[in-house]
Design a protein around this ligand. Structure first.
Ligand SMILES: Cc1cc2nc3c(=O)[nH]c(=O)nc-3n(C[C@H](O)[C@H](O)[C@H](O)COP(=O)(O)O)c2cc1C
Length: 213
């Protein structure tokens, strides 16, 4: 079933869902495939389509990935976080994001499905052109995947914190590390309810430059 959302509603209410992921409800394989098929409509540099997608449902494997994630999350949480001025949209959400992210850290292994998008090649140390072309060939598809999930009553959160252990996770999943780079980790579950709200952001005029910086 596809939710009755306008394009603008879909674009403004596709959130990082963590506490409202319903871990008790299985996710049908067909739904994941439908959302991945939509993601494959995203653009890629030179139409290379060098992507691969690893979908993990096996509980022990999910737990092993979540352990890497959790260790890195704990280190990250202990690091100095950015400080924002009072009234800044980011300051207002900082505690809630931290609380929500900590919840996901504890429960990540319970997500019925974990999806890892991969892109052919490794880009370590490359210049801005190569980096932008590389990441720009997987990130639009990953976002489309999140939009497609949302449109079908599922949710996810874009995460990257397992990546300090990218090599270990590659070994665990049989991914050829030298040939494929992992772009993130997406826990997937049905959401508890389907009403989500637009987020408060840093205002447009603070981030837009017309004609010149
Ligand atoms: C590149 C990237 C990496 C992220 N990594 C994580 C992560 O490892 N863990 C997590 O809980 N959230 C992660 N997030 C989610 C952000 O915290 C979230 O997008 C932000 O707080 C805004 O919330 P919203 O997506 O609901 O608008 C990541 C988002 C992006 C785009």
């Amino acid at each position: 079933m596809v939710l009755d959302l306008t394009p603008d509603e879909l674009l403004t209410t596709t959130r990082s869902v963590r506490k409202r992921l319903d871990f008790s409800r299985p996710v049908e394989r067909e739904l994941v495939e439908e959302c991945l098929a939509l993601a494959l409509q995203a653009p890629t540099g030179s139409n290379r389509q060098g992507w691969q997608w690893v979908v993990v449902t096996e509980p022990d494997t999910r737990r092993a990935i979540a352990e890497h994630y959790g260790r890195n999350f704990d280190l990250y949480l202990g690091m100095r976080q950015p400080e924002y001025a009072e009234g800044d949209a980011r300051a207002a959400r900082q505690d809630a994001v931290r609380d929500s992210a900590t919840f996901l850290r504890v429960h990540l292994h319970e997500a019925p499905v974990l999806v890892i998008p991969l892109l052919e090649g490794r880009i370590d140390g490359a210049d801005a052109f190569a980096q932008a072309s590389y990441w720009g060939s997987i990130l639009p598809a990953a976002w489309s995947f999140m939009l497609a999930l949302r449109s079908r009553g599922l949710g996810s959160a874009w995460t990257t914190l397992h990546l300090p252990n990218e090599r270990e996770v590659a070994e665990l999943l049989g991914i050829p590390f030298d040939r494929y780079t992992q772009a993130g980790l997406f826990p997937v579950a049905h959401t508890a309810g389907t009403d989500f709200a637009p987020a408060r952001r840093v205002p447009l005029d603070a981030v837009t430059h017309w004609e010149r910086w």
